[in-house]
Design a protein around this ligand. Structure first.
Ligand SMILES: *Cc1c(COP(=O)(O)O)cnc(C)c1O
Length: 215
């Protein structure tokens, strides 16, 4: 298995399906060692995703110091007591979903003089085990983050329910994203990224199709 070949194949498929597209591939490197990921870094890819603060810190902290062009995306559930470390390490947070977390991130990024990009996560299937807001909470929450805290909210993020029909969920979130005039949309993973780009994904989060299956 060659990581670069996998990555190029995905980029080519996106281009074939959407010739005008500027879809960014976030290479989701969770669980993989930095040695395993390194070929793609050396290849020049800039966007990587992790879902745990601690793991991300041990893998990326030093690397980011010597490679300031790397963009690290937090795609997993984030507890507010980890906000400080998250702000130090990440450039984008895809899992913003509570006022408590937003308050803490705002406070920490002011302390650090950083300005991260944020995606509000929506729980499309109201699934207990997943993070994210209910759709009817979005308006108030977005107002709070943007007007009260001054966070740079770029768009919505979702992980659709695993019900073999991601398209109806992608359609729903794509409509919401337009309604709120967001410029980015974070949807699509290894199994459904071609469907996601049909519905306007600006960022797809792809792990196993690039790096292989996770044990
Ligand atoms: C692991 C993960 C991905 C990538 O999943 P693959 O199926 O390996 O592409 C994308 N988004 C989130 C939130 C994840 O946790």
């Amino acid at each position: 298995m060659n990581i670069i070949t996998n990555f190029e194949k995905i980029k080519q498929e996106i281009k074939n399906n959407l010739p005008q597209s500027e879809v960014e591939v976030i290479a989701v490197s969770k669980t993989f060692s930095i040695e395993h990921i390194m070929p793609l870094i050396e290849y020049g890819h800039k966007h990587f995703g992790e879902n745990k603060v601690q793991e991300a810190e041990s893998k990326w902290k030093e690397l980011k110091k010597s490679n300031s062009n790397l963009n690290l995306h937090m795609i997993g559930r984030l507890q507010s007591n980890k906000a400080k470390k998250a702000v130090e390490l990440f450039d984008f947070i895809h899992s913003l979903d509570s006022e408590k977390l937003a308050n803490e991130l705002s406070k920490r990024q002011k302390e650090k003089g950083k300005n991260l990009g944020y995606y509000i996560q929506i729980n499309l299937g109201s699934e207990e085990q997943k993070g994210g807001l209910e759709i009817n909470e979005l308006k108030n929450f977005n107002d709070y983050c943007v007007n009260k805290l001054n966070l740079s909210v770029l768009g919505l993020m979702a992980i659709p329910p695993n019900d073999k029909n991601p398209e109806k969920h992608f359609k729903r979130i794509s409509e919401l994203n337009k309604q709120f005039n967001f410029r980015n949309l974070s949807i699509g993973m290894s199994n459904d990224y071609l469907q996601a780009i049909k519905y306007g994904a600006s960022h797809v989060r792809i792990g196993s199709a690039i790096f292989g299956s996770r044990s």
